[in-house]
Design a protein around this ligand. Structure first.
Ligand SMILES: N[C@@H](CCC[C@H](NC(=O)CCC(=O)O)C(=O)O)C(=O)O
Ligand SMILES: [Zn+2]
Ligand SMILES: [Zn+2]
Length: 398
């Protein structure tokens, strides 16, 4: 395999069926590529109650500073309806200038381009003065409990220190060069239960329909908007993801209703202050009687999931500027510096070093026929190569 060719490095990774939490040989395949470039590999399996064991890879080239980390994941989401794919999801077929396969953009493609960029740089200029590490997990698409969070802590505990990190998740909405992610909103989930009184649907006055209470509470959670966002972050947003009573009958008012919700929140809030805000909204909403005339306030309980993610924003201007300049030179576009979208494993890295994210175009991620243009692979490889060269040159000077 020619490591300088991102189509070849990506094809080798796609052919490993690493549907989370399975590894499918992906980390060994990547480890072999990195060994060929002179990296030392460490494989670590992490375990936790109620979650699958997951394999991870930490690989380093060099021993001195400055030290750049590239982070990502080799696990992929399930293929979905395999019969609906135009080409086998693990066959890595190239058709009309695009390579098809699960993980092509999210995010084996990002990893493949980084490996090829390193191979090109080493071929052209030799090993960079400093260190490069790849911190790669098989648990990003799953619970994210036995992956990056533990791997970065494990490496730090045995003395690893990084000056900056880049995560190769797909960040571009439409074209290469559109967007760098320089932070992410936080995430908070919860379960709301509204109590009622079970009864006959034709005699509602004898019962208390908990769905009337639930709709009242949900309205209070969602309105007015939690905030309008700011110049760093989009608005905080609460989405209800299910409302359920488990009631199979149409002539029975159920006893209780349960809703699940998730909030993506910006840096106006911490998980604690947001929790207080939501509790306050529920207290006020419970008293509203529009859907429950003449009734006492809604009886409810609210529970917030223990696992939350804080928002974060990377303020390392030199890192952002070096990456933006490499992107502008390679694509002719000035990338937006964004904090939109979901969470990513960057949330686990930000406590160790400044972290930014840049990868492929995300349009087909998680879809049937996930695919990437070979020209995009070439573009990202060129960007990573330029970035590596410049980051080491400038970090060495600082
Ligand atoms: N399963 C994990 C992590 C869930 C992370 C997920 N992130 C994305 O989908 C990335 C999309 C983007 O780049 O905008 C999310 O935001 O839910 C967990 O549950 O912790
Ligand atoms: Zn991903
Ligand atoms: Zn994904």
């Amino acid at each position: 395999m020619k490591l300088t060719d991102p189509t070849q490095t990506l094809a080798a990774l796609i052919r490993c069926p690493s549907v989370t939490p399975q590894d499918g040989g992906a980390l060994s395949t990547l480890g072999s590529m990195l060994s060929e470039l002179g990296f030392s590999n460490e494989r670590v399996i992490f375990s936790d109650t109620g979650t699958p064991d997951v394999d991870n890879l930490y690989s380093r080239l060099g021993s001195g500073g400055p030290h750049l980390m590239f982070a990502g994941h080799t696990d992929v989401v399930p293929v979905g309806d395999s019969g609906a794919w135009s080409h086998g999801p693990f066959d890595a077929q190239v058709v009309d200038g695009e390579i098809y396969g699960r993980g092509a953009v999210d995010m084996k493609g990002g990893i493949a381009c980084f490996v090829s960029a390193l191979a090109r740089l080493i071929e052209r200029k030799g090993v960079p003065e400093g260190s490069v590490s790849l911190l790669i997990t098989g648990d990003e698409e799953g619970p994210s409990i036995n992956g990056t969070e533990k791997l970065v802590a494990h490496a730090a505990a045995r003395g690893e220190r990084w000056d900056a990190a880049i995560v190769g998740e797909p960040t571009n909405p439409d074209q290469m060069g559109d967007m760098i992610k320089i932070g992410r909103r936080g995430s908070l989930s919860g379960t709301l239960t509204a109590e009622g009184v079970q009864g006959h649907v034709a005699y509602p006055h004898l019962a208390d329909n908990p769905l009337r209470g639930m709709l009242t509470l949900v309205d209070g959670l969602m309105h007015p908007p939690i905030d309008a966002g700011n110049d760093r972050f989009p608005p905080t947003n609460l989405e209800v993801t299910s409302i359920d009573t488990g009631n199979p009958a149409t002539n029975v008012i159920p006893a209780r209703a349960t809703a699940r919700f998730n909030v993506r929140f910006n840096d106006i809030w911490t998980a604690e202050s947001l929790t207080d805000e939501l509790r306050g909204r529920l207290e006020q909403a419970a008293k509203k009687t529009r859907l429950r005339p003449g009734r006492d306030p809604v009886r409810y309980t609210i529970e917030f999931d223990e696992r939350t993610s804080p928002s974060f924003l990377t303020r390392d201007e030199a890192l952002i500027e070096t990456l933006s300049a490499a992107i502008a030179e390679a694509t002719g576009r000035t990338p937006a510096l964004s904090t939109t979208g979901g969470t990513s494993d960057a949330r686990f890295i930000k406590n160790y070093c400044p972290v930014v994210e840049f990868g492929l175009v995300g349009k087909t991620m998680h879809m049937v026929d996930e695919r990437v243009a070979l020209s995009d692979l070439e573009s990202l490889t060129g960007i990573y190569e330029l970035f590596l060269e410049r980051w080491f040159a400038s970090a060495g000077e600082r």
